[in-house]
Design a protein around this ligand. Sequence first.
Ligand SMILES: Cc1ncc(COP(=O)(O)O)c(C=O)c1O
Length: 480
Amino acid sequence: MDTVLTASSRKAETLYFQLAEDLAQAIANGTLQPGEKLPSIRKLSAQRQVSLSTVMEAYRELEDRGLIEARPQSGFYVRITRAFVAPELTQPPQKPSDVVVDPLLAPAELARLHDLKVDFGLAILSPKLFPNQAIQRILAQVTRHDPDILADYGKPIGDVELRRQIARRALTWGGQIDADEILITHGALEALNLCLRAVTQPGDVVAIESPAYFGLLQILESFQLKALEIPTHPQTGISIEALELATRNGQVKACVLLPNFSNPLGSLMPDDNKRRLVELLESRNVPLIEDDIYGEFFYHGERPRPAKAFDRTGNVMLIASFTKMVAPAFRVGWVVAGRWHRELEQLKFINTYSTPLPLQRAIARFLENGGYDHHLRRLRRACADQVNAAVSAIQRYFPADTRLHVPQGGYVLWVELGGNVDTLELLQRALAEGIAFTPGPLFSPSRSYRNCLRICCVEPWTVRHEKAIQRLGELAAVRG
Ligand SMILES: Cc1ncc(COP(=O)(O)O)c(C=O)c1O
């Protein structure tokens, strides 16, 4: 407690903090009005006789508090905080259904078929946000010091150096994972495939959040599995009560969830719900496949714990991946499969045998001493800035009855439009103007969410993005 007090009182004494406090006061008492432009950094530094970096830090602090925002090539403005109508628990159909995904709506397909000026569809972060040079240098070192690594098949379980690094990092969320329990995969996608193959048969019912990641739906479709969509809250994730009811009659054979910053909802399940979830599924003998691909993308505080942190029996299969965090092209992911570890190793053997060893080793070295933590801090900050900029643009330009939950991590936004807006039609009009997003029905086997869309905030925000959101807002305001 002492250290906390000392640290915060030290912060309060700094010049930038005092400046931020003065400005926050001026915003609170209306001296500075919503939408008003703040003085330029140079001007305020001259006025207050403080350095440019002090003003910059003060503006950063106010941005973090959500009081002001930077607009590209324009300056800083007092944020217009029109509160969004709070989204509610989703209400999907209560019956399992076959899964048929329309491949033409998938973001990669939209990007391939259209000449896009702004793509809010693909959940692939800008190359600018990755440590490409560091990775290039490390990969060169790895192959220079050990050229034979290029002729090495590696083992299905994966590189021991990388598995050790993953086990070491799991300690940050309290995970007691042994390196031998980890299996390296070809991205999270292969891990999801292997887990589902290990625990289901064609025709089985799998419980999923609703809306759910369409890539998962495509896997369910390819395995002829049925999906049971469970009501999910945009803030707190899947309803444990609804899952409790759905798993009573033994129909559900597996459950796949993203408790941390789900895609597309951005929801974050509270720890207590994670504990209840793990206990419930254990008691019902339903394996939980946990996709934690966005767990490291938290904007504030501590890394949220995966549900796996509450698993005492090996009933949770935890999946994550470096594709979103370090090197998308390497396609290196991993899974801790608990009770199914041996089966997964066998399945990996027949599926792709192994994941390229030099790529695994390069990631291991980057994690060990390449500045991984520093990179993650920058990445999280960039994602938070991009999401904040998109949220405030949506606040400015979208119709007043728009519903949105502002996520605490990740980089996708789920936007619910009011009235009878059909996002499949909206998409066609947007594509004609070179703007893409992902329409709601792609995230649901029952094709629900016709009035919803997912916006991915994958690039540093610019005037181009701002104008695209403005145009989308205008198109969404045209009601049939
Ligand atoms: C929720 C979710 N799971 C898995 C994946 C696939 O991950 P990877 O690229 O590591 O295969 C994605 C990619 O967008 C995703 O959003």
